[in-house]
Design a protein around this ligand. Sequence first.
Ligand SMILES: [Zn+2]
Ligand SMILES: [Zn+2]
Length: 179
Amino acid sequence: MATRSLHEEQATTFSSELKLIPRWSIAAAIFAFAVMQYLFWVVFPQGRHHPPAPFGLRLYFALSWGALASLYMLMVGYVSKDSPRRGMSARVWIVVCLVMPGGIGAVLYFLLRQPIISLCPACGTPVQSEYHFCPQCAYQVSASCGNCYRSVRITDLFCVHCGHDLASDNRPARLHAFR
Ligand SMILES: [Zn+2]
Ligand SMILES: [Zn+2]
């Protein structure tokens, strides 16, 4: 079953990624939204330098800035959970995300982030998610074609890249990975 969880980690879907977001960052997002509403509806109207903006415009700015601040908090939460499973420092990347203005830190994170690392079920060596075999013990950690060695799905009968009959492999990938 250990190999199975390895596979599930590889097939990262958007909803499974959303589940990474920790509770504290959801709370921080709600708080940030509330702070923005306070600023736009209570603090800013008190400045008498400008005539008050029309209601629609104020609503637009309050909601858009509130949503932006909330998203920012959720993203920092995501980075704090996503970076350790890629062997990257969570602290460094949280600071980068917070310090770089306008979300540049987050863009950098998604450009530079490493593949997800999991442990080889046979010997415990850290294995990157795109590997097919453990570099230390040659345990097959994901299904691959016996002809072109590219990734195949565990339910495939034929390789989608070269048409190879996967069942004819010496050790059929689809069976071996589930062993
Ligand atoms: Zn191994
Ligand atoms: Zn192939």
